[in-house]
Design a protein. Sequence first.
Length: 438
Amino acid sequence: MNEITYRSSDFFDRIADHGDRHVHIILIATKPDIIKQVPLYKELKKRGHCVVLGHTGQHYDENLSGGMLKEFGVEPDFNLNVRGSMYEIVSQIIGRLGFVIAELKTRNKIVIPYVHGDTTTAMAASNAGFCHAFSSVHVEAGIRTLTPDYEKWGGKWKDIDAWKKFLADRKNWKRGSLEPYPEQFNTRCAEAGSGIYHAPTELNREFILAEGFPEDRIFVVGNSVVDATKEALESMKTATVFDRYPTLADGNFVRFCIHRRENCISEKRFRAIYDAMKALILDGRTVLLISLFQTESALERFGLKSEIDQLAKEQKNFVYSPVWAEYRDVIAAMSRAAVCATDSGSMQEEMNAMSVPCVTLRYGSDRSESAMAGGNLIAPPVDGKVIQSIIEYAWDNKEMRDAPTLYGENVSAKSIDTVEKVLKSGNVFRSEEERLTI
């Protein structure tokens, strides 16, 4: 496997010499992986476990990966250097990570992959481990999309306060969505190859239990994003974002993030979100758009690139920026936002952790608990005026700011406590002989 690179030439020998038979492999690929997995990596390291950090190489740019790794002070022990289309990336992760695990297995090591959430890496890496009879620890397990019952709602968009109350009732949500795609597939696959489930909330635990996974291996620990967010908030005095974008320094702005495949491939959806954003800009609201690869592709695809460039040039209240490399800049800016409008999953959690109103630009949400708690509003991407009215309702909304925080504290420590508890009585991969009492 010549494509794989290692931080040290003696990588396998060094791991083989470690006294711990268990090798904890923390897998990262995307920015959310880094944000949520590095706190667990540091916790394992602090406790003296044999832990290695593996990067798939999927996101390799400085602003998508390198800058954040430097900020967090970590360096991957190996990089799989995957490239290509989705199916190629999946097969490369399985093959290359499978090779690393096989090498460790020949050295009499028991490998424990840690996979995060609903990513392609989670799906493929758990598969690679399971092929060797090693189960994963699924960080952020049980993420399932719920969709409001729009037929029951009846389209009464003039009353956003009533919409907020509608979302607060669990009975008004339905299961069955395939979106976000392919993330809802990924998380279910990762679950099948896991032996420990770190559920962020009781709602996620309910989903996992309903699908038949063992109750004694499901732990509600919160979400490790809160550990990373807390650290970023403590260090944001060194953030440089307001030097680069002084327009944002006083707050009172909306942060837009549009990158979900289904929003960026559908012209109807993308234009509804774009129209809402443009209307807010022209109304004099301060708007920050963080543009990612999918965003730029959609702007080009739907003939909006020259228009948005012109808006950025003419409207001093519009900040149009590529994604930022440092997490402390992201958190520093979001902490001052009046509202965040996003199709991201992790941002819904971060907004809850910082008590910032959130508007989710999707038909449903895989963090629906935050909408039920009152801090998040679903804005289906079908009509720009509806989206605009929901954002304006959420703008610095005190009731939404006062919504309860849901994702815990000291999550990484609690998560590793559960792993150590399991390892005291057996392994993460559990045979029927170990599981059953006959």
